[in-house]
Design a protein around this ligand. Structure first.
Ligand code: SAJ
Length: 439
């Protein structure tokens, strides 16, 4: 029996020993899916707090319940360690580590590189490796293949197997989870794809095979570049509508009545999160090596990045119309998470807006039920004000940045002096209201 056939047999019999490198919002749900499918799974992460939490049978990811972790740990299906040497016993390794940007705006490959270097120490025949981290096309073949294969004298597609399968975890979403979201898989060779499909197909409901790791890497980048560019489009539409004296929200709602060939996006104060503003820049960065300028990505990124400044300019104009100055104005920012109803502030445009307002001398405070404290770009520690309505009443200006559902927007409108609504959170009650300006 070939190494490939024996590995596929282990996948089908669920006797393959699985390791998940990186037990964050992607790795832990993936570990649970494989453990629930009957595999023995070991989560490996250098962050001892995560590992201790798992070994105490508790979850630290909202999408994974502590009951689920306790059940799987007690059943011996889910283990956790900071010790990478367990990898020498593993048949399958999934790498789920962050791929942020560096200060320069270039890809930060350090997490992938350190995970790969650790794994390389324990590489052996009969293992399949799948990279899940969103990255530029070519990463799997150009970075992982040499380090894990050629440099170890292992022949990919014979002695070991390598594939890419993009994560599609949307934290907080209940309808589509790791289990039921179609999973794209692309192998470095056909045999690699076969082994990766046997593994992932044993736990995830729908596998969509593509012909190469690059096709899988690019599919993910297309998904999130599509979003970033379309958000940039409606952000530019908001700017054009303001010049034209037309209500951009009315225009978008009207276009969205078209039941085909249109997808609704809404303008806002900028682009937050650890996916949408970042992933497309991995593609445009890679294309520079081919002397190609990915103009759509660059332009959309420029428009989205400029939205915080545009919002502050509109605030200045709104106050000016009311004979007020921004300098010294008591300003309350409502909602600082990067999108509604979550507790994640990464890359949130609220931080840019707060910095710009403070830079113009405004006296800024914020409220966000999900974000008890934050550190501004200037390094200033701020805490969410304890009494929302007292803050609204005391403010010269309320700026709605993130439209959490928990806010009572009618009460806020009644008590506020002046509101800049960057999300159309007020809806109809904010339209043509003398106390309200909006994007
Ligand atoms: N945003 C807008 N207008 C929109 C949509 C989003 O301004 O019409 C802003 C949000 O406020 C946020 C940023 O863009 O600041 C990103 O929002 P997002 O809805 O794209 O949420 P993310 O960043 O959590 O994106 C994730 C992605 N999931 C994965 O990468 C696995 C994305 O592919 C999903 O489509 C998205 O969740 C989702 O649909 O919720």
């Amino acid at each position: 029996m070939t190494i490939k056939d024996s590995l596929i047999k282990k996948m089908k019999e669920r006797t393959a020993r699985i390791a998940i490198l990186g037990m964050g919002y992607v790795g832990l749900p993936l570990a649970v899916v494989f453990a629930d499918a009957g595999f023995d799974v070991t989560g490996v992460d250098p962050d001892s707090r995560k590992i201790e939490a798992l070994n105490r049978k508790t979850s630290y990811i909202p999408d994974v319940s502590t009951e689920t972790v306790a059940r799987l740990v007690e059943a011996g299906r889910l283990k956790a360690t900071t010790d990478f040497s367990v990898l020498k016993e593993m048949d399958a390794v999934s790498i789920c580590v962050p791929t942020p940007l560096r200060q320069t705006g270039d890809p930060d490959m350090s997490f992938i590189m350190s995970a790969t270097e650790e794994l390389a120490k324990y590489m052996h025949k009969g293992v399949v490796v799948v990279l899940e981290s969103t990255t530029y096309p070519g990463t799997t073949r150009e970075l992982l293949l040499p380090k894990l294969g050629e440099e170890k004298g292992l022949r990919v597609g014979n002695d070991w197997f390598l594939a890419f399968s993009p994560e599609r975890v949307d934290p907080g979403r209940q309808d589509f989870t790791t289990l039921n979201t179609p999973k794209v898989v692309g192998g470095v060779t056909e045999a690699c794809a076969e082994v990766a499909e046997a593994w992932y197909g044993g736990a995830i409901q729908h596998i969509h095979l593509v012909s190469s790791a690059e096709a899988a890497e690019l599919a993910k980048l297309l998904e999130n570049t599509f979003r970033m560019i379309n958000i940039g489009l409606v952000n530019e539409l908001a700017i054009m509508c303001e010049r034209l004296g037309v209500d951009v929200w009315e225009v978008i709602d009207a276009a969205a009545t078209k039941p085909f060939g249109f997808m609704k996006f809404t303008p806002g104060p900028g682009l937050g999160g650890h996916c949408i503003p970042i992933d497309p820049l991995y593609l445009s960065w890679k294309m520079k090596a081919f002397q190609y300028n990915a103009r759509f990505i660059e332009l959309a990124s420029e428009i989205n990045t400029n939205m915080p400044r545009y919002v502050v300019t509109r605030i200045l104009e709104g106050l000016n119309k009311r004979g007020k100055a921004l300098k010294g104005a008591k300003t309350l920012v409502l909602g600082v998470a990067y999108k509604p109803d979550i507790d994640d502030i990464r890359e949130s445009p609220a931080l840019d807006v707060i910095g710009l307002l403070q830079g113009k001398g405004a006296d800024v405070s914020y409220h966000d039920p999900y974000i008890p404290s934050l550190r501004t770009h200037a390094g200033l520690e701020m805490r969410s004000i304890p009494d929302l309505m007292a803050g609204v009443r005391a403010a010269d200006l309320v700026v709605i940045i993130t439209n959490h559902r928990t806010y009572d927007y009618k009460a806020i409108l009644d008590d506020a002096r002046f509101i800049f609504d960057s999300r159309n959170a007020l809806g109809k009650i904010g339209k043509n209201n003398p106390k309200v300006e909006r994007l």
